[in-house]
Write a protein that binds this ligand. Structure first.
Ligand code: ZN
Ligand code: ZN
Length: 259
């Protein structure tokens, strides 16, 4: 399994990166490559097309309905609905329940069916806490995490290898559970200790991400979701002060091997 970092800028697209989006790829024993897109935040649909043809996606999973995690689904919808190929079928999207109506609202239409098209291009699946589903050989487990809106973290297992993605979350037991023993823990660190202490229940800091990684005993902590106004060295140093395992800061277009 590998993770392509499509966008990793926290909270909004930055000058060097789109907002959150990660492409997961895994080749099964028959040599078929499975592709799951995890979040598609503002600005991310463009760079995604430098990595794959979006028509090759098998499914999309959306952690929560903040614009920096889902807004470019509107571009993917247009791509899928009006594509010259007529054999695409419906693309499964696993997301918090209001996604379909949010897309329609952004596109100023009443229903889920684009103009001139017979049906919705997407097959919508509502997420819930402790939900399990699979995409080919990839098994995906959700937990509701601590954020101001309905938000999920994901634990994705294939061939005994585990990837955990925090989505957006402050410290919570559910995130510790999701990360337990993960080979790769892709974890947000949107805040800085001290500077952002007036907010709670929203984002982790590098320190809190590192503490979670230590409690969970993860193999590789990859920090992400750093906003444009933050020097990435600060959350990286915070995490290194409290966690002795492997820690990296993701950059756009990185490819992370999970093994
Ligand atoms: Zn975010
Ligand atoms: Zn958020």
């Amino acid at each position: 399994m590998r993770v392509h970092v499509i966008g990793c800028s926290g909270s909004f697209a930055g000058p060097r990166s789109a907002a959150s989006s990660y492409l997961i790829e895994h080749e099964d024993e028959q040599g078929r490559t499975w592709r799951v897109l995890m979040d598609l935040g503002s600005g991310a649909f463009g760079p995604l097309q430098n990595v794959i043809d979006p028509a090759d996606l098998d499914a999309v999973i959306i952690s929560h309905l903040h614009p920096d995690h889902y807004l470019d689904i509107t571009g993917l919808e247009v791509f899928w609905a009006y594509h010259s190929r007529d054999d695409l079928g419906k693309l499964p999207i696993h997301a918090p329940a209001p996604l379909a109506e949010r897309i329609s609202a952004v596109l100023s239409r009443k229903g889920d069916i684009p103009d001139g098209v017979h049906s919705s291009p997407f097959e919508h699946h509502a997420l819930s806490d402790h939900h399990r589903f699979s995409v080919g050989p990839l098994e995906i487990e959700t937990r509701a995490v601590l954020h101001p809106v309905e938000a999920y973290g994901f634990r994705i297992t294939v061939a005994g290898i585990v990837l955990t993605y925090s989505g957006d979350s402050d410290t919570c037991e559910a995130l510790d559970d999701l990360a337990r023993g993960a080979d790769l823990f892709l974890c947000e660190a949107g805040y800085i200790e001290g500077r952002d202490d007036r907010f709670s229940g929203v984002h982790l800091t590098g320190r809190r991400a590192g503490e979670c990684a230590s409690r969970a005993g993860v193999g590789h902590l990859a920090l992400t979701h750093i906003p444009a106004w933050t020097d990435p060295e600060v959350p990286l140093a915070e995490a290194r002060a409290v966690h002795s395992g492997r820690i990296t800061m993701v950059r756009p277009m990185d490819i992370l091997d999970v093994s």
